[in-house]
Design a protein around this ligand. Structure first.
Ligand SMILES: [Zn+2]
Length: 247
C-alpha cells in the first residue's frame, strides 16, 4: 500500500471510524514511515485542539466576539485540511488507553522475570522489567521481549495473550525441547517452522525474529554484566536477516 492510501486510514482513524484490522495496518505502517507517522500525529493534535476550542466555545455565549474569533480560527485550520471531513459532534476522540503511535516503545525491550530472579540487566530507559504479577496486556506492546525461566510457568499455565506487536522474543535458558515447543506455540509459532531445532543442546537461550520468515539463533546466555549489555544492544537493534549467528 502507498502512503497516499494510508491518508485515508488516517482520516478514518481520527474520525474513530477505522476497523481494528485497518487500525493495526496503519499503526504498523507508521512505525516504519516517518511521513505518515508525522501526519497522523499532526492530525490527532489538530483534531484534539479543535475539540478543545469547541468546548471553550460551548462555554461562552455564541455571538461573543471572542467566540466568533475562535470559530474563524477553527474554520481556517479546517479549510487548510479540507480533504478531511472532521465531525464536530464527536465527544472525545481518543480514549486514554489508545496512545498515539509515535514510536511509543521503539527498540524497547521488555523483560519478563519473576522477582526472585537475579538479572544483571543494564540500566537503560529502553529496557523495562516487568514481573508476572504486574501483567497487563498494554505493557506487553514492546518491540522485543526477553523472558526469564522464572516467568515461563506463568506464561504457559495461564496462556496469557501476548501482543503481536512484539517481533522478537528471547527465551533465556530454556531447559528442554518440550518447554521450547510450548513457548513457540505460545508466541504463535510451530516447532516445524524452525529448521534444525533437533540439533539444539539444552539448556539453551534462543532469540527468535518473527517475520514472514522466522529467524532464530541459539546461544549461551552470558553471565557477565558487560556481555549482557552487549546482548541487550543486539536485542534492541533492528532485526536483520543477515545477522551472524551468535554461535
Ligand atoms: Zn507512509
Amino acid at each position: 500500500m502507498s502512503c497516499r492510501e494510508y491518508d485515508h486510514y488516517i482520516q478514518l482513524y481520527v474520525d474513530q471510524e477505522i476497523s481494528e484490522a485497518d487500525r493495526r495496518k496503519l499503526l504498523e505502517h507508521t512505525r516504519t514511515c516517518p511521513a505518515c507517522r508525522r501526519e497522523l500525529k499532526e492530525m490527532v493534535a489538530l483534531v484534539s485542539s479543535m475539540e478543545d476550542v469547541q468546548q471553550e466555545i460551548r462555554k461562552e455565549a455564541p455571538f461573543q466576539f471572542n467566540g466568533l474569533f475562535k470559530w474563524v480560527a477553527v474554520c481556517t485550520v479546517a479549510v487548510s485540511f479540507a480533504y478531511l471531513v472532521i465531525p464536530f459532534t464527536k465527544q472525545s476522540l481518543f480514549v486514554k488507553d489508545d496512545p498515539i503511535p509515535v514510536q511509543p516503545m521503539q527498540h524497547s525491550v521488555l523483560v519478563l522475570a519473576g522477582q526472585e530472579e537475579t538479572l544483571h540487566i543494564p540500566q537503560d530507559d529502553s529496557i523495562r522489567i516487568v514481573h508476572p504479577e504486574q501483567w497487563s496486556e498494554e505493557l506487553y506492546k514492546s518491540e522485543a521481549a526477553l523472558v526469564y525461566p522464572s516467568a515461563y510457568s506463568f506464561l504457559l499455565e495461564k496462556s496469557r495473550p501476548w501482543s503481536d506487536y512484539t517481533k522478537r522474543f528471547v527465551f533465556v535458558r530454556v531447559p528442554d525441547e518440550q518447554t521450547l515447543a510450548s513457548l513457540l506455540t505460545y508466541i504463535g509459532t510451530k516447532v516445524e517452522s524452525l529448521k534444525g531445532l533437533s540439533d539444539i543442546q539444552y539448556p539453551t537461550s534462543i532469540m527468535i525474529n518473527l517475520d514472514e520468515t522466522i529467524e532464530y539463533e541459539t546461544f549461551a546466555f552470558p553471565e557477565k554484566e558487560r556481555d549482557i549489555s552487549n546482548l541487550f544492544e543486539r536485542i534492541s537493534s533492528e532485526p536483520s536477516v543477515s545477522e551472524p549467528r551468535l554461535h
